[in-house]
Design a protein around this ligand. Structure first.
Ligand SMILES: [Zn+2]
Ligand SMILES: [Zn+2]
Length: 351
C-alpha cells in the first residue's frame, strides 16, 4: 500500500510499504478515507522530537472504513465507518476508568515507532488499530467525514483545554494561538458560555479564522491588546487563558494576561525544561496552571455529537485538500505556513 513515511528531518515521502495485518485478536484494519496533518506531526518532521525510526508511517488523525477484524473484536465489523483518537486505549485500566484515556497503561500513539516498537500511523491507505473495540468510534451516517475526523484530535483537544480551564458562563477568556487547536479552544470557550474570547496569533489567515468563529482576533504583539483586555474586565485581566501553542513565549503571554486567581490551561505540546514564570510569580498571582495531553477517546463522547448536530461548521479549519500522493508538499506548505495554510487534509481512498 501507499503510505506517508518518515525518512529524516524535513524528509517525508509517499512510499510503497507492506500492508498492515491483524497482529492480535483485538485488532482491526481500517481502510483510510481521510487523514490530516497535525501540528504535532511537525515535531518529528522538524527534529524537535527525536527517536522516530526511518520508515515509520506518520499520522494520528484519520477516518475510514473497517475492512478486517480479529476474532476478539465485538463492536465493529467490516464496512463500519470509524474515526480514531490519536492514541489507543484499553477502556479497562485505572486511567481509562477515570477518563484519562491519554494515559492508558496499554495505550500507543499512532505514527510513532521507535527502535522497532510502536504503532504505524494513519497517513496511509490502511492502518492497524489495536484495542479496536475501545479505541475506535463509529461515525453516524450523514456526518461530514472531514469534521468527524477532527473529533479524534483537534476538536477534542480544544474542548479539553477549555474544560481544564474551567471556563464558566460570563468569563473573559484569552486563547493564545489561533491554529486549529486554538480555534477549537475558542469555540469551546464560547460553548461554555464565555462572555468574550480574545484570540491571539501573528498570522492574518489564522486571525481571520478566529473572527469567523466569533472570537475577538488580536495580533499577539498589538500594543493595544492589554488595555482592551483590561477594559473588558474592570482592570483585572483574563479569567482563564487557554494556551494552545506550547512554547515559553506563549506561556509568558498567558501569564501576563491572566488576572489574579486565574487558571492557565495548556494544550500545546511543551518541550522546554522549565516554566516561563517563577514560583514566586505564580504565588503572587494565586495562579492555577493545568496541562496535559487530551484524553481524546473520552472527550469524543461529547465532541463527536457536536459534529453530528452540526453545531459548528468546522470544515473551514482545512485550508488545503490534497491527494495522499502530494503529502510531501502538504508537509512543506503546513510547516512553512505557505499559501495561507492552516491545516492539510489528505484524501486517501475515495475520501
Ligand atoms: Zn493531531
Ligand atoms: Zn486503559
Amino acid at each position: 500500500m501507499r503510505a506517508v513515511t518518515f525518512r529524516s528531518v524535513r524528509d517525508v515521502v509517499v512510499d510503497q510499504v507492506a500492508d498492515p495485518v491483524l497482529a492480535t485478536p483485538f485488532d482491526a484494519i481500517v481502510q483510510v478515507e481521510l487523514a490530516a496533518i497535525c501540528g504535532s506531526d511537525l515535531h518529528p518532521y522538524l527534529g524537535r522530537e527525536v527517536g522516530l525510526d526511518a520508515g515509520t508511517v506518520l499520522g494520528h488523525e484519520f477516518l475510514g472504513v473497517v475492512v478486517a477484524t480479529g476474532s476478539g473484536v465485538a463492536k465493529f465489523r467490516a464496512g463500519d465507518r470509524v474515526v480514531a483518537p490519536f492514541s489507543t486505549s484499553c477502556g479497562a485500566c485505572w486511567f481509562c476508568a477515570h477518563g484519562l484515556t491519554a494515559r492508558c497503561t496499554a495505550g500507543q500513539l499512532f505514527g510513532w515507532v521507535q527502535q522497532g516498537r510502536g504503532l504505524h500511523g494513519g497517513q496511509a491507505e490502511r492502518v492497524r488499530v489495536p484495542l479496536a473495540d475501545t479505541t475506535l468510534v463509529a461515525v453516524p451516517r450523514g456526518v461530514p467525514a472531514e469534521e468527524a475526523l477532527l473529533a479524534g484530535d483537534v476538536l477534542s483537544t480544544g474542548f479539553f483545554c477549555a474544560q481544564l480551564g474551567e471556563v464558566r458562563p460570563g468569563a473573559v477568556v484569552v486563547v493564545v494561538g489561533a491554529g486549529p487547536v486554538g480555534i477549537c479552544a475558542a469555540i469551546a470557550a464560547g460553548h461554555a458560555g464565555a462572555k468574550s474570547v480574545f484570540s491571539l496569533d501573528l498570522l492574518p489567515e489564522r486571525l481571520a479564522l478566529a473572527r469567523r468563529y466569533g472570537a475577538l482576533a488580536w495580533r499577539a504583539d498589538d500594543p493595544e491588546l492589554r488595555s482592551a483586555l483590561l477594559d473588558a474586565t474592570q482592570g483585572r485581566g483574563a479569567d482563564v487563558v487557554l494556551e494552545c501553542v506550547g512554547s515559553a513565549a506563549a506561556t509568558r503571554i498567558a501569564f501576563e494576561l491572566a488576572r489574579p486567581g486565574a487558571t492557565i490551561a495548556a494544550a500545546g505540546v511543551h518541550c522546554e525544561p522549565q516554566f516561563a514564570f517563577s514560583p514566586g510569580e505564580a504565588y503572587d498571582k494565586n495562579l492555577t496552571y493545568r496541562a496535559g495531553r487530551c484524553p481524546a477517546r473520552a472527550m469524543m463522547e461529547s465532541t463527536l455529537p457536536l459534529v453530528v448536530q452540526q453545531r459548528y461548521q468546522l470544515g473551514a479549519l482545512f485550508s488545503h485538500r490534497l491527494p495522499l500522493d502530494e503529502a510531501r508538499r502538504g508537509y512543506e506548505l503546513f510547516e512553512r505556513r505557505l499559501d495561507g495554510c492552516t491545516k492539510v487534509l489528505l484524501e486517501v481512498c475515495g475520501g
